[in-house]
Design a protein around this ligand. Structure first.
Ligand code: URA
Length: 210
């Protein structure tokens, strides 16, 4: 059985996603909303993060209180659109580590080819959240997770903003152990691999490159 797809239906998440989908949203607005959504989605994707009791002193007395060991978390950005979610994620888990995965699609073989890969040391004790706003065909998500798994992290989750049913099927077939967190599951892909109704090219809209 495949790991769960967590559809984050919180009204604030859905409201901000609607604003982002609007073709008239400027790059500045799009980027700001993506950062806010990343913060809100971080709340859900880190829900089962382990905590440790630490001894502190309130103004009145000593107590043991729970804390997250943020350094155990790795936000692995799948370039380039994944970078659009990093700032928001790091605002809520400031001491998390950051990994980077750069892939391009070979136009002849259509296979994902790696051009950059960097993860923190000691992956066996870390929990990875791989991040790409768009889960479209699923090919780059599968290739990125193949590569991240080769570093033997303690766990991996996949966080996106929008998912196509095709991408979910492809990712679950290749990596049934990786839960997917998304704010929406859209209708389908078009012939160019864009999600419908979608929000267009996330990288272009984040970086203003179109
Ligand atoms: N990547 C995007 O940026 N948008 C899509 O719709 C699909 C993949």
């Amino acid at each position: 059985m495949s790991a769960q797809v967590h559809h984050i239906t919180h009204p604030l998440v859905q409201h901000k996603l609607t604003l982002m989908r609007n073709k008239d949203a400027s790059s500045t607005t799009f980027r700001t909303l993506l950062g806010e959504l990343a913060m809100l989605m971080a709340y859900e994707v880190t829900r089962d993060t382990p905590t440790q009791q630490v001894e502190i002193e309130t103004p009145l007395e000593k107590m043991a209180s729970p804390m997250v060991d943020g350094k155990k978390l790795v936000f692995a950005s799948i370039l380039r659109a994944g970078n659009g979610m990093l700032d928001g994620l790091l605002r809520v888990v400031p001491n998390a580590r950051v990994g980077t995965v750069g892939l391009y699609r070979d136009p002849k073989t259509l296979q994902a080819v790696e051009y950059y890969f960097k993860m923190p040391a000691d992956m066996a004790e870390r929990d990875v959240i791989a991040v790409d706003p768009m889960l479209a065909t699923g090919h780059s998500a599968v290739a990125a997770i193949d590569r991240i798994k080769a570093t033997h992290p303690r766990s991996i989750k996949f966080l996106c903003l929008l998912a196509a049913p095709e991408g979910i099927r492809t990712l679950q077939a290749a990596h049934p152990d990786v839960p997917i967190y998304t704010a929406a599951i859209d209708r389908e892909l078009n012939e160019h691999g864009y999600i419908l109704p979608g929000l267009g090219d996330a990288g272009d809209r984040i970086f203003g490159t179109k």
